[in-house]
Design a protein. Sequence first.
Length: 186
Amino acid sequence: MTPKKDDVDIELIEAATSVAKTRCRRDNHTVACATRCSGGQIVTAVNAYHFTGGPCAELVVIGSAASQGYYELERIVAVGDGDWRIVPPCGRCRQVLFDYFPTIEVIIRSSDNYLTYSIAELLPETFDWAKQDRQKTLERADGPRSDSRRTGAGGTGKSLGESFDGLSNQCWSDAGPDELDASRGA
């Protein structure tokens, strides 16, 4: 791994640290995260701690950025409460970051300075879920989708709304149990 030492986004670190100091209260929110979007905007978020494994700040910031219309993220950093130190992403976050943003850079702290790594360097020999899904799409009888966007709909190439369209007729119908059983062929 060859980290970048001279190309550290101090403004991003300061944004995450500021949110950690003002919003993390050691109960439900223990880590803050900041990401830089492709247009230069900075989006911040905090984790939602829960004993069942609530979402990490890195995952929350992905959703927060998307809710603001930012879908291309370039860099990310997380800061923990208490000592306000940079914390590296967990394994789950590394995999999600790699799947959604394979070229994103992650700022971490070594013993004496800040370093910037590509997500691929932090997750070597990873399973490339997105590549696997693209291959499946290309192998379909109906050919490749003209829409190559990445989505949170299990990598199907569908928006979340499209993914739930089929469910809406099954789950949120006004039909009673008998009609639902009949429509399912039961």
